[in-house]
Design a protein around this ligand. Structure first.
Ligand code: ZN
Length: 90
């Protein structure tokens, strides 16, 4: 048993992004997980944070799993035309 004080919920929240990125240094990570062990509300917060980040990433960059909206063929042609016109003459 250790009587070392736990980090606060506020500190845990500051660490969350680094923790999920895997960039949190080992000692801070240990304190982070120690706090999670005694604080169910932070466990719940971490879960909802993780879900929110996953949703945000899915929304920002569509993948093959979740394709973005169809782009009209006319729009693609117009963009190609614009790109060709912008090309400097050689
Ligand atoms: Zn907490």
């Amino acid at each position: 048993m250790t009587n070392q004080p736990y980090i606060t919920c506020r500190q845990l929240i500051d660490f969350i992004a680094d923790y999920l990125d895997g960039t949190l240094e080992a000692s801070a990570r240990r304190e982070f997980e120690r706090h999670l062990g005694v604080c169910p509300s932070c466990v719940a917060y971490l879960e909802s944070y993780r879900r929110t980040v996953a949703l945000g990433k899915a929304a920002l960059k569509p993948t093959e799993d979740a394709p973005g909206p169809e782009v009209p063929a006319g729009f693609v042609a117009a963009v190609k035309r614009a790109l060709v016109e912008q090309k400097p003459a050689t």
